[in-house]
Write a protein that binds this ligand. Structure first.
Ligand code: SF4
Ligand code: SF4
Length: 434
């Protein structure tokens, strides 16, 4: 059995670039005239539209029905009318388009018991369409599908380790009371031994807000756990090892070892679903980077196009940019500004675009090896891919790569090691599918 060795160097210190937005209060963005809801705004199977053109909707109307398994419900984030349902020619994924009537009429979910059973709690997460808000987009009701006698710990991730991102930080500063209250309920429902909220040691504001909320709510069994500000301390398996000393075996999920794990913004969404009967239809995102005029943390309705958000942030400073959804280490670059905010969007980052540096020969400095948080040998895996020795990738445990990007970031020869590792893993997956 492979065990990830997570206690190597536990990541690297990189400039966090959070100073521009960490103290900015979350602004509620005025909803746009048209909202776009791709039915694949989560991982897994796309939802199926549950509305037709001409249907009136309110905030909270179910417009996309989960296809079961890893899939999730999608709700309208404005009131108005369904004006079209577009289908992508290549993927077949449908997008529901709603014209906003600016009345902000709402429908809510039914009341839930103040102390719901695990089953009712999971049903609520499913009905509300809650997915992990840290970027992974995994349906929360599947994560929380755990029997009471199996659940031992709850770990809440408030360590937002990607540079530039401050959405989780602001969520903790501004919604600490709600976060603590829902954690108290989850602790009660699952009867876990203890809950830990992981916070980064140099994000003082969120720590203080949570500390205050814990004491005001006389919270028992809930502890703050300071993590050093190193990347990638936000990774789930690393956090579990750091906080609980438990190692996760290759292929295991946190639930397999009795640990319920969520991001702080996800538990805030769970609070809204349980205490306010609201489905997941809005989220906090950070809009930042040197190329945006007015960086902000914004509360934005799902389905809002990036171009509408840019306008609300004063526009760009330069048209030559690198646009990234997510952080600079694990985010994805994109060109199309008509893309809509989905359930996974955490940050919109706009960087200066520099010419790509030429790759040079490996100088065998071993920086990639010494920095890998899961003790892999990135250069050897990269060589295995380039030499088409795919089986060697298995021996080198390439599948254990958590795609943190440190090896590529740190390599002085500018070798895109992560890209090679991902390509090798794709080759191996393709082989399994044959
Ligand atoms: S991207 Fe993968 S191989 Fe590279 S440092 Fe991160 S975990 Fe290690
Ligand atoms: S960090 Fe780059 S140059 Fe150094 S050993 Fe790894 S691949 Fe080679």
């Amino acid at each position: 059995m492979n065990v990830l060795k997570l206690f190597n160097l536990r990541g690297v210190r990189i400039p966090n670039h959070k100073e521009k937005t960490k103290d900015l209060k979350v602004e509620s963005l005025k909803a746009a005239k048209y909202l776009y809801y791709p039915m694949d705004m989560h991982i897994g199977k796309p939802a199926e539209p549950g509305v037709t053109v001409g249907d009136p909707v309110k905030i909270g109307t179910l417009i996309g029905e989960s296809e079961g398994g890893i899939s999730t419900n999608i709700h309208a984030s404005v009131s108005g009318t369904v004006v079209s349902i577009e289908e992508d020619e290549s993927s077949g994924v449908k997008t529901v388009v709603i014209e906003n009537d600016y009345r902000d009429e709402k429908v809510t979910l039914e009341d839930l018991d103040t102390e719901p059973s695990i089953e009712d709690f999971m049903k609520r997460l499913e009905a509300a369409g809650i997915t992990g808000k840290g970027g992974a987009g995994f349906p929360a009701h599947i994560k929380y599908d755990m029997e009471q006698d199996k659940a031992r710990y709850l770990v809440i991730n408030g360590a937002e380790c990607e540079p530039y991102s401050t959405a989780d930080h602001r969520c903790m500063v501004e919604y600490a009371d709600e976060i603590v209250k829902i954690i108290q309920l989850i602790v009660k429902i699952y009867e876990v031994n203890a809950a830990y909220i992981a916070v980064e040691e140099d994000m003082a504001g969120s720590r203080e807000a949570l500390d205050r909320a814990l004491s005001e709510n006389s919270a028992e069994k809930i502890f703050l756990h300071d993590l050093p500000t190193v990347y990638p301390q936000g990774h789930g398996a690393l956090q579990i090892h750091e906080i609980l000393g438990i190692e996760i075996e290759e292929g295991e999920r946190s639930g397999d070892i009795g640990v319920l794990q969520s991001n702080v913004s996800t538990v805030k969404a769970i609070y809204d679903a349980v205490f306010k009967n609201e489905p997941f239809y809005k989220r906090i995102i950070t809009v930042t980077g040197p190329m945006i005029k007015n960086p902000k943390n914004v509360m934005v309705r799902l389905g809002t196009r990036v171009e509408d958000i840019i306008e609300a942030c004063g526009g760009f400073l330069d048209e030559v940019r690198l646009n990234i959804s997510g952080g600079p280490m694990m985010g994805k670059s994109f060109e199309d500004l008509s893309l809509a905010v989905d359930k996974d969007t955490t940050t919109l980052l706009f960087l200066k675009r520099y010419p790509k540096e030429e790759e040079r020969a490996c100088i065998r400095c071993a920086k990639c090896v010494n920095s890998c948080p899961v003790s892999l040998q990135p250069i050897l895996i990269s060589n295995a891919y380039r030499n088409r020795e795919y089986d060697l990738g298995i021996d080198l445990k390439s599948k254990s790569c958590i795609s943190c990007g440190i090896c590529t970031y740190i390599c002085p020869s500018r070798i895109d090691l992560l890209e090679d590792i991902q390509k090798l893993n794709k080759e191996l997956e393709g082989r399994n599918d044959e």
